[in-house]
Design a protein around this ligand. Structure first.
Ligand SMILES: O=c1ccn([C@H]2C[C@H](O)[C@@H](COP(=O)(O)OP(=O)(O)OP(=O)(O)O)O2)c(=O)[nH]1
Ligand SMILES: [Mg+2]
Length: 152
C-alpha cells in the first residue's frame, strides 16, 4: 500500500508541519502553539496551529511522547485523542501533568505529542437477542489471573 497523502493547513505559518523524527516512525511529532505551565495534576488544551483533512477511511490518533512521559510525567488526558476524518478544526492536544511535585513548562514550538495515522473501519451495528458462545464468555477484568498484587 502506498503512503497516504494528508492535506495539512498551517493555521500558524511559523509552526512546522507534523514530522516523523526518523524514517519509518509511526508517530509524526506535533508542537504546541502556546507557552504553558502545568502545575502538578493540572491539565490544558493546547492549540497546535494545524488543521488536517484525513481521507475517508482514516483516523489520526494523538499519542503522548514517551520522553516527556518518562522525564516529566506528562501525558494526554484522553490518550490517544481521536481525530475524525471529517474534522477540519484545529488539532488540539489535551495535556496533563502526572508528576506529584514538579511543574512542567512548555514553550511554543515544543514537540508535545505525536500523530499516528491509521486506516479504520466504520462498522454497522446490528442488534441481536443473543451473542455466540466463546471460551472467554463474560470473563474479563483480571479473570485469567496473573495480575500484580496491590501494595499495602
Ligand atoms: O485530542 C483530541 C481529540 C479530538 N480532537 C478533535 C478532533 C475530533 O474529530 C474532535 C472530536 O473528538 P472526540 O470525538 O474525541 O470528542 P467528543 O467529546 O466526542 O466531541 P464531538 O461531540 O465533537 O465528537 O475533536 C482534537 O483536536 N484533539
Ligand atoms: Mg465524538
Amino acid at each position: 500500500m502506498g503512503q497516504p497523502e494528508i492535506r495539512v493547513q498551517r493555521l500558524d505559518p511559523e509552526l512546522p508541519l507534523p514530522r516523523y523524527a526518523m524514517p519509518g516512525d509511526a508517530g509524526a511529532d506535533i508542537v504546541t502553539a502556546e507557552d504553558c505551565m502545568l502545575l502538578p495534576g493540572a491539565r490544558a488544551v493546547l492549540p497546535t496551529g494545524l488543521a488536517i483533512a484525513l481521507p475517508p477511511g482514516f483516523a489520526a490518533f494523538v499519542h503522548p511522547r514517551s520522553g516527556l512521559a518518562a522525564r516529566a510525567g506528562m501525558s494526554l488526558v484522553n490518550t490517544p485523542g481521536t481525530i475524525d476524518a471529517g474534522y477540519r478544526g484545529e488539532l488540539k492536544v489535551i495535556v496533563i501533568n502526572h508528576d506529584p511535585r514538579n511543574p512542567i513548562v512548555l514553550h511554543r514550538g515544543d514537540r508535545i505529542a505525536q500523530l499516528v495515522i491509521q486506516r479504520v473501519e466504520s462498522a454497522r451495528f446490528v442488534e441481536v437477542d443473543a451473542l455466540d458462545v466463546t471460551e472467554r464468555g463474560a470473563g474479563g477484568h483480571g479473570s485469567t489471573g496473573g495480575a500484580a498484587a496491590l501494595g499495602s
